[in-house]
Design a protein around this ligand. Structure first.
Ligand code: NOJ
Length: 571
């Protein structure tokens, strides 16, 4: 297909989506609420992370690939997904499973071809979905030609494309900065007598974003992918690109870190004043934003800063369109904690600019965080329901819709470099296991040998095929929830959250216009009373069926959330 044809296909697909918004708007008029027709396409979109290596394998080599994903697009469209984010598919030594890129503009043959990717984007557009790819630009692979040149000599043309420093005056690393994956953020290069910086593995050298040629090279990469038909980028560690120009030490804690087996806990024990989150990083996104606007594309940042004010700086109008709020992956099952945390993020940012992940390929899954088993499943669905009520984008990690807990890999050899390098550290394998599609060999993920075990706790009941036949399964509940979210169009818009203060204990609730969203974290039923227009109040979705409205009161069963429309309150 000629590139211009692809572009016009995309535009006509966007036309289709725009008319869907007009339809939604008609619903809004009837209900006297604010419409969303003028919003950019990504406003309130439902996102879905595809961890490509583990999603669907089409050729039996045991590794998920683009044709495998392409063959499952109908599944994602039926689920109610608006945007699919695909983790890295670039040529890579896979030292960090693709987050070590050796060629930014190509597709690694183990994942397919460029034609598979553009075909996948076209197919997604025909189904009304968008495709976002991973842009990993804090670092490259140590086997990227740029780094090979940079390392070749101090006079190399690209020497300054990476962060090289002399040893400290008394010898050793230039400062006390740490790698997220354990040990110092510096590795010594014998041949040229300097250290290179790496916030992750030594095999992932950091690019030097004070070098203008790096800005130009990555801007061209972004432009190229958008011109190839993808709808945006998820920016890997978007807060890390720039470091302090005088490379000062970070302040260190007075007491030792809590768990020295876990490198991320050690990393968190420093105050990261100088290695990450430097103001100049925002200049990069100003330039990228101008490129993205030309293609009507989205910039979605992985900004791993657990601080609302720092995060908010990234989602200004000339910066990223959206950023993930990772604090929602850390919250305990407590209404008070959920409210106070969300309140701080919502008041620091413009409505609709945050993405709310239920899980991710780096953190324990929601079902496991909330206690595992049926209990954890019930809570995870309630939490997702609540997140679906917030302004912004709810995000699922593949398998969240099946109620998957972290996989039991007790006897498996670690695949994650965090676990390989740090004996005793949990690592991230348990969230990255192959997707269970149907009973039988490898639960339908591959006809070959899966690149990693599925987990001793995965059963036929976890598969898509089995859950599709059970109206009470997590999958069918998630599908119903997403349909309800689409129907209640106020939820995908920008209407602000108004918290309800007089909630019963262990309940957190808010209203957006006449829509009420409430979560009961108690093991007992709880009631929110005082709903007027009782005949109009209707439960659009409840995560447990025994939730009711009786005599102007919403009765939430234990560990349950509900979305209620027509829910004006008397007060
Ligand atoms: C964040 C990614 O989500 C993670 O998987 C990766 O290891 C690091 N960035 C380094 O690229």
């Amino acid at each position: 297909m000629h590139p211009d044809d692809r572009r016009s296909l995309r535009i006509s697909e966007r036309g289709k989506l725009a008319s869907a918004n007009v339809y939604i708007n008609a619903y809004d008029h009837e209900h006297s609420t604010v419409g969303v027709a003028m919003s950019p396409w990504w406003t309130g979109a439902v996102g879905y992370e595809v961890y490509l290596r583990s999603f669907a394998d089409s050729d039996g080599d045991g590794v998920g690939d683009l044709p495998g994903l392409r063959s499952r697009l109908d599944y994602l469209a039926d689920l109610g997904v608006d945007v699919v984010w695909i983790t890295p598919f670039y040529p890579s030594p896979q030292a960090d499973h693709g987050y070590d890129v050796a060629d930014y503009l190509a597709v690694d043959p183990q994942f397919g071809t460029l034609a598979d990717l553009t075909g996948l984007a076209d197919d997604a557009h025909q189904r009304g979905m968008r495709v976002v790819i991973d842009l990993v630009a804090n670092h490259t692979s140590s086997r990227h030609p740029w780094f090979l040149d940079s390392r070749s000599s101090r006079q190399a043309a690209r020497r300054n494309w990476y962060v090289w420093r002399d040893p400290a005056p008394g010898g050793g690393p230039p400062n006390n900065w740490l790698s997220y994956f354990g040990g110092p953020a510096w590795t010594f290069d014998e041949a040229t007598g300097q250290y290179w910086m790496h916030l992750f593995l030594p095999e992932q050298p950091d690019l030097n974003w004070s070098e203008p040629a790096v800005h130009d090279a990555v801007a061209t990469i972004l432009d190229t992918w958008l011109s190839r038909g993808v709808d945006g980028v998820r920016i890997d560690v978007a807060h890390c690109f720039v470091e302090d120009s005088s490379f000062r030490d970070n302040p260190t804690p007075r007491s030792p870190p809590p768990d020295d087996a876990d490198p991320r806990a050690v990393f968190d024990s420093q105050e990261h004043l100088y290695d990450i989150d430097q103001p100049a990083v925002l200049d990069i996104y100003r330039r990228w934003r101008a490129i993205a606007e030309r293609y009507d594309a989205v910039l979605l940042g992985e900004v791993f800063l657990l601080d609302p004010d720092r995060l908010a700086r990234y989602v200004q109008d000339d910066g990223l369109h959206l950023a993930f709020c990772f604090d929602v992956l850390k919250l305990p099952w407590s209404a008070a904690a959920i409210r106070s945390t969300l309140e701080r993020y919502l008041s620091a940012t413009q409505p609709g600019r945050l993405a709310w992940p239920l899980s991710s390929h780096d953190d324990p899954r929601a079902v496991s965080r909330f206690g595992g088993g049926q209990h954890g499943r019930r809570r995870a669905l309630a939490y997702l329901t609540f997140l679906c009520g917030l302004p912004g984008s709810p995000w699922l990690m593949q398998g969240d819709e099946l109620g998957l807990a972290d996989a039991d890999l007790a006897h498996a050899t670690p695949a994650d470099p965090i676990a390989q390098r740090n004996p005793g550290a949990a690592g991230r394998d348990a969230m990255r296991t192959p997707m269970p599609w149907e009973p039988g060999h490898a639960l339908g993920f591959t006809t070959g040998t899966p690149w990693m075990p599925l987990g001793a706790n995965r059963t036929d009941a976890d598969t898509v095929a089995v859950q599709q036949r059970d109206p009470n399964s997590p999958l069918m509940h998630t599908r119903t929830l997403m349909r309800a979210r689409r129907e209640v169009s106020i939820l995908a818009g920008d209407d602000p959250v108004r918290w309800i203060d007089d909630c019963p204990e262990e309940v957190v609730a808010f209203r957006r216009s006449d829509t009420l969203v409430a979560l009961n974290t108690s093991a007992q039923p709880r009631e929110i009373a005082g709903l007027s227009h009782v005949s109009r109040a209707r439960i659009a979705y409840a995560s447990a069926d025994d939730t009711t409205i009786v005599a102007g009161a919403l009765r939430l069963s234990p560990d349950t959330a509900a979305i209620v429309v027509g829910a004006d309150r008397r007060s």
